[in-house]
Design a protein around this ligand. Structure first.
Ligand SMILES: NC(=O)c1ccc[n+]([C@@H]2O[C@H](COP(=O)([O-])OP(=O)(O)OC[C@H]3O[C@@H](n4cnc5c(N)ncnc54)[C@H](O)[C@@H]3O)[C@@H](O)[C@H]2O)c1
Length: 316
């Protein structure tokens, strides 16, 4: 039995339905709720195919998939959907007013011990939560697709005690995820802030004509990320040696890019309709290959990488 047995996901969209799956695979009994009956039907329909993929990738046993599916129900009635919930995961649209309205609707509906977890991407939701709910509110932020990406950001509200945060972190570990605990809310959490720094740097290298797109990507894939995926940055520094790192920083040769506002190359590509995989081209050309097929290929490779990396946990 997990720390939160009954979990209700409010908002069964792109993230919400997948979060239902992840919690059910972790052993929770899940109710998916949405204001749109159509969305709920869409979510319920998609789940068997998603599970089939996870079985095909070797991540989930067939029996586990079947059991998980049997633990997921849907209910469009918010009051009924959350009445028994130990954990309510809010995954509705990223709109402060809609979230605030929902939290105040939830206040009288939740039972005393129920915990509220928002999947917000960038909003500081805590001021939007009624005071009485704040001591048991957190941000629990997932990455897509959450059944393949292990990272989960956990930010307890300023009024939540340490045990609320610890219980959530323990729960997420128990269901096979890799939670990181933030001491305070910061837009972009950890990973997205670092990603912004990388994005600003690759645009700068491209704009300054330093290298071609594929070479910049290769430097990231075969240089940085091979080591980072094993060690992160701080352990990597330990292996380099702290003195070397201090000396390199002391040269002052590195100047961070100016405040990032994108790059003209982005505007050019967008103007000609090259908006990414869904359009058949972005920075690369994908020819006639169907976008869904490309996503499946990516996911299958991500799954293999996830399995491989799980062998190296705490190895170094
Ligand atoms: N898409 C991502 O990659 C991603 C990643 C991390 C976090 N998030 C966050 O997760 C949340 C959901 O994002 P998404 O991409 O799944 O959006 P989405 O638009 O796919 O789904 C949102 C769902 O919420 C429903 N909804 C709207 N108002 C509601 C209400 N009051 N009660 C119940 N349901 C309601 C909508 O009908 C819709 O089905 C957002 O806060 C977003 O920032 C998204």
């Amino acid at each position: 039995m997990t720390a939160y047995d009954k979990v209700t996901i409010v908002g069964a969209g792109l993230l919400g339905h997948a979060l239902g799956l992840v919690h059910a695979l972790g052993g929770c009994n899940v109710v998916l709720q949405d204001i749109s009956e159509e969305r709920l039907a869409w979510a319920k329909n998609r789940l068997p195919a998603l599970l089939d993929d996870l079985v095909a990738y070797g991540l989930v046993e067939t029996e586990t998939a079947e059991a998980a599916l049997s633990r997921i129900g849907t209910n469009a009635d918010l009051r009924e959907a959350v009445a028994d919930a130990d954990l309510v995961v809010e995954a509705i649209i990223e709109d402060a007013e809609a979230k605030q309205r929902l939290y105040s609707d939830l206040e009288p509906m939740l039972h005393e011990g129920a915990v509220l977890a928002s999947n917000t991407s960038f909003l500081d939701v805590f001021p939007l939560v009624p005071r009485s709910l704040r001591p048991r509110s957190l941000i629990v932020h997932w990455y897509t697709p959450p059944y393949l990406i292990d990272l989960v950001d956990v930010v307890p509200s300023p009024e939540a005690g340490q045990e609320v945060a610890n219980k959530m972190v323990g729960f997420l570990r128990d269901i096979g995820k890799k939670p990181v605990l933030l001491k305070k809310f910061v837009p972009g959490y950890i990973a997205n802030n670092i990603q912004m720094a990388i994005e600003s740097e690759v645009f700068r290298l491209l704009d300054e004509g330093v290298a071609e797109i594929s070479d910049i990507d290769d430097a990231l894939r075969f240089g940085l990320s091979q080591r980072l995926s094993l060690m992160g940055q701080f352990k990597k520094i330990d292996y380099t040696g702290l003195q070397v790192v201090r000396d390199i920083h002391a040269t002052g040769l590195y100047t961070p890019p100016r405040k990032p506002t994108g790059t003209p190359v982005l505007d050019e590509r967008l103007a000609r309709g090259s908006s990414g995989v869904m359009a058949g081209s972005g920075f690369y050309d994908y020819g006639d290959t169907d976008a869904q097929e490309l996503f499946r290929r990516r996911d299958s490779k991500l799954a293999r990488l996830k399995l491989l990396l799980s062998e190296f946990e705490d190895d170094l």
